[in-house]
Design a protein around this ligand. Structure first.
Ligand code: X8Z
Ligand code: ZN
Length: 665
C-alpha cells in the first residue's frame, strides 16, 4: 500500500510536462474551504501558503485514516470519510486558485509545486459537495469492507469464518487441490457486494478528473511521470517486451511442476493457462510459496528463511511460556505468552530490517515508531492487514501497519515498508509539496532494492541461514528464490492498471468487468480460474489496491527500477563481480548515494534523479535481465522439449487491445 494511503497518495508524485489542467475561472461555487486567493498574492506566495496549510491539516487526515484502518467500525469509517471530504474540498480549492497563476512569473520550484498539486490525489473528487461527500463515503466503505472481509462456510456459525490471512495460508501451505480451490473461491466470493460501489466510484472520480481537465481518472494517473501521459502505455509495453521471455520460461517450468503435482487436467485450464488457485498466492502475483515444488536442487544451500523465523518464534514462545509458569500455566497465561512471542518475533524481524538501513549510515527509527506501529494482527477488532507505511505528520511520526507472521514473505515486506519510511524521513526537510517519490515507482522500489541485497551471504551474516554453499546448484537455487517473487510479479504488475485504465476510459464496461479482468489475466499472466467467473462476481475487488484505489503501475515500474538502483549502488560500493551476488550491506558509500537520492524527493523530474544514481535517465530492464541471466539460462534448458507459452481464449484475442488504449488519449 502507498505510504500515504487513500487520502493523499502522492500517487502520481512527479508530473508530466504537458497536461491540461483545469482552466475554469473560479466561481462562487468553487469557493475553497481553506484560504482564499488574495489578489496581492504572488505565485510563489501561493505555493508557500499551500505548503504551510497542507502541513498544518495533514496530521488530522492521517490520524483519521490510521484509525479507520487499524480499528474498522462504522464510527472510524465515518470519521475517515469526513476527514477525507474536508481534505479533498480544500485540495479542489487550491487547484482552482492555482489556475489564476497560469502564465504568471514564478520560480521553477513553484511551477513544479503547482504541477504536483494538481496530481496530488489518485482520487480526483467532483466539485459538487454532495458528490464529493458520496465519493469519500464509498472509498471508506470499500476499504473497510476489504479489511473486514470474511468467508464463512456456515453463516450461522462465526467460528466457520476465515479472513484473508487464513485463506492465504491455505494457498501457501496446503497442496490439496480442493482445499485450495475452496479458499480461493471463498475469498473471491466476499467482494461480490463491492461491485455497485466500485461502479459508482468510477463515475465519481472520472467526473472529478474531467473537471480538472483530464480525459478521465486513468489519464490523470498516467500524468505523473514527467512525460506525456500517452507515452506511459507504450513505455510500459516496451519494458514488458524486454522481460516477457523470462516470465514465459518461468511460467513453463512452474506449469510442468504443477502438472506433476496435480495432473495436467487439473493444473491447466484450456490452452496451457495455469489454474489460478494453485500458484500459492491469492492473486498469482508472487510464487515464492511454491518453493516445495519448484526448488531446482533440493538441499543445495539452505535458504529456508521461513523455517529459521519459525524457529525464532518457537524460542521466543518457550521463553514467554517459562516466564508464565511453564506447562502448569493457565490457558489464559499460555495464550498471553503466545501473543507476547508473536509480538517479540515481529519486532525482532523489524529490527533486522532496520539494521540494514542503519548499516548504510541511515538513522535508527524514532522511538515513536516502535511505540505506535501495528506489528501484528489485533484480536479484538478488524484491521486492514495489507502492509503499509505511514508518515503521520511530515515530522518524524512514522509508522508501519502490518500483520507480521514469522515467514519469508512478511520478512521481505518489512524491508519494503521501511524503504517507504526512510524515503519519508529523508525528504521530510523539503517543502511539503515535494515530499513524495521522484515518481511513485521510485517509492515502491526503495525497500525492494534492499531486498535484492539480501544475498545468502547477508542472510548468513545475520544468523538466519547456514553458511552458503559455493556451487552452481546453490546459485541457481538462490536465483530461483528471487525469481519466484520478482519475475512472477511482472505481468500482474501490469495487468491491474490495464484493467483500471480500461474501466476509467470506458472501453471496459460494467457488464464486462469480470470478463475483462480474466481476459487480461490470461493474456499477461497466463492464468485462468478453475471454474467460470461470471459477472455475478467482482474479482478485481478481491485485490486490495482496487477497493483501496492505489494505482498499480508503480509496482511494475518498481520491479524494473529496483535492479537499476541496485546496480547503481553496487557500482558505488565498488563491487565488480556478477550482479546477482552483490550486497552493499554495511557500505557507507552506497548508503550516501541512496540517501542523497531519497532526499531529493519529488523536487525534480525523476529522470534527473535516476541519472544521479545510475548514470542513465531511462527506464531499462537490462539490469534485471543481467541479474537473472543464470536462472534464465537454466530454465531454458529445463524447458527444452516442452511446449511453452499459452493460448489466450478467443474472447480475449478478439477483445480490444486494452494495453494500447491509453495511447488514444
Ligand atoms: O502493496 C504492496 C506493499 C505496500 S505498498 C505491501 N505491494 C504490492 C502488493 O502487495 O500487491 C508490494 C508488492 C506489490
Ligand atoms: Zn509499497
Amino acid at each position: 500500500m502507498n505510504h500515504r494511503p487513500l487520502l493523499l497518495a502522492l500517487a502520481v508524485g512527479a508530473a508530466a510536462l504537458t497536461l491540461a489542467a483545469c482552466q475554469k475561472e473560479p466561481s462562487p461555487a468553487d469557493s475553497p474551504a481553506a484560504g482564499t486567493a488574495t489578489p496581492s498574492e504572488t505565485a510563489d506566495q501561493f505555493v508557500a501558503r499551500v505548503n504551510a496549510e497542507y502541513k498544518a491539516m495533514y496530521p488530522e487526515m492521517t490520524s483519521a485514516q490510521w484509525l479507520s484502518s487499524t480499528y474498522i467500525n462504522d464510527d472510524s469509517e465515518r470519521v475517515a470519510a469526513k476527514a477525507n471530504e474536508r481534505w479533498l474540498t480544500v485540495l479542489n480549492g487550491w487547484i482552482t486558485q492555482a489556475a489564476a497563476f497560469d502564465g504568471q512569473p514564478m520560480s521553477e520550484d513553484s511551477k513544479r509545486a503547482i504541477h504536483l498539486l494538481k496530481l496530488m490525489t489518485s482520487m480526483p473528487a467532483p466539485r459538487d459537495p454532495a458528490k464529493l461527500a458520496e465519493l469519500t463515503r464509498i472509498a471508506s466503505r470499500m476499504e473497510g469492507a476489504y479489511g473486514a472481509g470474511k468467508y464463512c462456510t456456515d453463516d450461522a456459525d462465526p467460528a466457520s469464518c476465515r479472513q484473508l490471512g487464513d485463506l492465504e495460508q491455505v494457498l501457501a501451505r496446503s497442496r490439496d487441490y480442493t482445499l485450495q480451490l475452496d479458499a480461493w473461491q471463498g475469498w473471491h466470493s466476499t467482494t461480490k457486494p463491492m461491485r455497485a460501489d466500485y461502479q459508482r466510484f468510477v463515475g465519481l472520480v472520472n467526473e472529478g478528473a474531467k473537471e480538472m481537465g483530464f480525459a478521465d481518472a486513468g489519464q490523470m494517473w498516467r500524468s505523473g511521470y514527467d512525460m506525456p501521459p500517452e507515452q506511459i502505455g507504450p513505455e510500459t509495453d516496451r519494458l514488458w517486451e524486454q522481460v516477457k521471455p523470462m516470465y514465459e520460461q518461468l511460467h513453463c517450468y512452474a506449469r510442468t511442476k504443477l502438472d506433476t503435482t496435480y495432473g495436467k487436467d487439473k493444473a491447466e485450464v484450456d490452452g496451457g493457462l495455469i489454474a489460478a488457485h494453485l500458484l500459492g498466492n491469492m492473486w498469482q502475483q508472487d510464487w515464492s510459496n511454491l518453493w516445495d515444488q519448484l526448488e531446482p536442487y533440493p538441499g543445495a544451500g539452505s535458504l529456508d528463511i521461513t523455517a529459521a523465523l519459525e524457529k525464532q518464534y518457537q524460542t521466543n514462545l518457550s521463553g514467554a511460556l517459562a516466564k508464565a509458569g511453564g506447562n502448569g500455566a493457565s490457558a489464559e497465561a499460555q495464550f498471553k505468552a503466545q501473543r507476547e512471542a508473536e509480538l517479540r518475533t515481529a519486532k525482532q524481524m523489524t529490527e533486522r530490517a532496520q539494521d540494514f538501513y542503519v548499516s548504510l549510515g541511515m538513522p535508527a527509527l524514532p522511538k515513536s515508531y516502535w511505540d505506535k506501529t501495528q506489528f501484528i494482527k489485533p484480536l479484538d477488532r478488524n484491521v486492514v492487514c495489507h502492509a503499509s507505511a505511514w508518515d503521520m505528520n511530515m515530522d518524524g511520526d512514522v509508522r508501519t501497519k502490518m500483520c507480521i507472521k514469522p515467514n519469508e514473505e512478511t520478512f521481505t515486506t518489512i524491508y519494503h515498508e521501511l524503504g517507504h519510511i526512510y524515503y519519508d524521513l529523508a525528504y521530510n526537510p523539503l517543502p511539503p509539496l515535494f515530499q513524495g517519490g521522484a515518481n511513485d515507482g521510485f517509492h515502491e522500489a526503495i525497500g525492494d532494492t534492499i531486498v535484492l541485497a539480501m544475498t545468502p551471504q547477508y542472510l548468513n551474516s545475520i544468523g538466519l541461514v547456514d553458511k552458503p554453499q559455493e556451487s552452481r546448484e546453490a546459485t541457481i537455487n538462490a536465483q530461483m528464490r528471487m525469481a519466484l517473487s520478482g519475475v512472477s510479479f511482472l505481468p500482474f504488475g501490469l495487468m491491474i492498471d490495464r484493467w483500471r485504465w480500461g474501466v476509467f476510459d470506458g472501453s471496459i464496461t460494467p457488464d464486462h468487468y469480470n470478463q475483462a479482468w480474466w481476459d487480461l489475466k490470461a493474456k499477461y499472466q497466463g492464468v485462468a480460474p478453475a471454474s467460470a467467473r461470471g459477472e455475478e462476481f467482482f474479482d478485481p475487488g478481491a485485490k486490495y489496491h482496487v477497493p483501496g484505489n492505489t494505482p498499480y503501475t508503480r509496482y511494475f515500474l518498481a520491479r524494473i527500477l529496483q535492479f537499476q538502483f541496485y546496480k547503481g549502488l553496487c557500482d558505488a560500493a565498488g563491487y565488480t563481480g556478477p550482479l546477482h551476488q552483490c550486497s552493499f550491506y554495511g557500505n557507507k558509500e552506497a548508503g550516501q548515494k541512496f540517501w542523497a537520492m531519497l532526499s531529493k524527493g519529488a523536487s525534480q523530474p525523476w529522470q534527473a534523479t535516476l541519472k544521479e544514481i545510475t548514470g542513465g535517465d531511462k527506464l531499462d530492464a537490462g539490469p534485471m535481465i543481467e541479474y537473472f541471466s543464470p536462472v534464465n539460462e537454466w530454465l531454458k534448458q529445463q524447458n527444452q522439449g516442452q511446449m511453452c507459452g499459452w493460448q489466450v481464449p478467443a474472447a480475449t484475442a478478439a477483445a480490444k487491445p486494452a494495453a494500447a488504449a491509453p495511447a488514444a488519449h
